[in-house]
Write a protein that binds this ligand. Structure first.
Ligand code: AMP
Length: 396
């Protein structure tokens, strides 16, 4: 795959696809990690004398409708602050007008939310290609750096790369290097930690890791389906009955593959899904019928921590509890702290686990890598081929 080492951008108009899908509440950006993650590529393009850079990104799911709630305006402002250079936000109307000249507007411009155009995510090839043509008209070359969207076959990720000379940016390059290392040549012992709410999303990862990892730690909401599969009653905790048979099969396969499966020993329970509801700590064989587990307990934290500290490679995807509510954040915090302390190669697989680390104000440099792609990193770990990467390799 071509990267910026061997890609000429001098005096060229560069279309740069990035992932700027940041959490915004009341007009304020809650976590600007994804914005900061694009700075190295952006600065390099400017240093290498690109004549202009047009950033293309999405925010949320506006479903093809121009809805100001999903405007990238706060992102353009934050990016301007971080770069110290004015970043102009350009509407589709202006950008796609027949005589538009974005070069004249600003050296760096950010196209308004590309998902305001329904063709971006269309399943109809011709629709996506039509939008990709409009994008291609804006630039001379394409740089793909939105790792968080490379698992999507979308106009600004996939189709555009067939229309212009294309290369991977520094962020995608780094993400690929890290995930290739853990998939093909991990230092051992290799421990994978999965958490979060949706079991079904992560079972394919479990299957793919069965003969790669040495240990699999399962916590968070998905842990209760595993516990139930082993015969525990989990009260009103999250339980995915549709995935139960597959979870049972994974448990058997793990045993056959001599993969250590580590599940919670104790949990923090409560009766209501609320930060004010009184809590208790119980062993997993004593969860009352009217209570739900919303975090792993202290004994589990110690158990998981010990395994993490003794690992040479750790990959973590998904929180250990409802970390958004203070009484249920301790488990996720202790796992993050264990990864930070671990001397090995530590990777945080994007999404909520990355958000948690930032929420806890942890020093990001204590981890080897914090991925910017939740879904994309999961699909990579599943062993799937990602359209946005295949197209850069010229394979699609
Ligand atoms: P996912 O998108 O599958 O990674 O799930 C992330 C979400 O899982 C977060 O918003 C957490 O609050 C939630 N979560 C983690 N542990 C639990 C739990 N024990 N019960 C319910 N939700 C949980």
């Amino acid at each position: 795959m071509i990267n910026l080492d061997d890609f000429d951008v001098t005096e060229k108009r560069v279309l740069l696809r990035v992932d700027l899908n940041v959490p915004i509440k009341d007009g304020l950006i809650r976590d600007d990690g994804r914005i900061r993650a694009i700075l190295p590529t952006l600065r390099e393009l400017l240093d290498k004398q690109a004549s202009s850079v047009i950033l293309v990104a999405h925010l949320g799911r506006p479903d093809g409708i121009d809805d100001s709630k999903y405007s990238l305006a706060p992102v353009a402002q934050r990016l301007s602050e971080l770069l110290g250079i004015d970043v102009a936000l350009i509407s589709h109307e202006i950008a796609f007008a027949p005589d538009s000249d974005l070069n004249a507007a600003s050296r760096i411009s950010l196209l308004e939310n590309i998902r305001f155009d329904a063709r971006e995510t269309s399943k109809v090839d011709a629709d996506r290609q039509a939008l990709a043509m409009l994008l291609a008209n804006l630039a001379d070359v394409f740089v793909s750096d939105g790792f968080g969207v490379v698992h999507r076959k979308q106009a600004s990720v996939f189709d555009i790369a067939k229309l212009l000379p294309a290369a991977a940016g520094r962020l995608i390059q780094k993400e690929i290097e890290v995930f290739n290392k853990v998939l093909t040549n991990p230092s051992r012992p290799y421990t994978v930690i999965l958490g979060g709410a949706k079991v079904a999303d992560k079972l394919q990862v479990v299957r793919n890791l069965l003969n790669q990892a040495d240990a699999l730690i399962v916590g968070g909401g998905m842990g209760y389906t595993f516990l139930h599969a082993l015969g525990y009653e989990v009260g009103t905790s999250l339980l995915d009955m549709d995935s139960l048979d597959e979870v049972k099969e994974c448990i058997i396969l793990a045993e056959q593959n001599q993969l250590d499966l580590l599940l919670p020993l104790d949990v923090v329970i409560t009766k209501e899904f609320s930060a004010d509801s009184p809590t208790d700590i119980v062993d997993v064989d004593s969860i009352p019928a009217n209570s739900m587990g919303l975090d792993i307990g202290p004994e589990t934290c110690a158990f998981f921590t010990e395994r993490i500290l003794n690992s040479a490679t750790v990959v973590w995807n998904g929180p250990m509890g409802v970390f958004e509510l203070a009484p249920f954040a301790a488990g996720t915090k202790s796992i993050a702290a264990a990864l930070a302390k671990c001397d090995g190669f530590t990777v945080i697989g994007g999404g909520d686990s990355a958000a948690a680390v930032r929420k806890f104000n942890m020093d990001e440099s204590s981890f080897t890598h914090i991925s910017t792609g939740g879904g994309a990193s999961l699909e990579y770990l599943e062993g799937k081929e990602l359209p946005g990467l295949l197209v850069l390799e010229g394979k699609k």
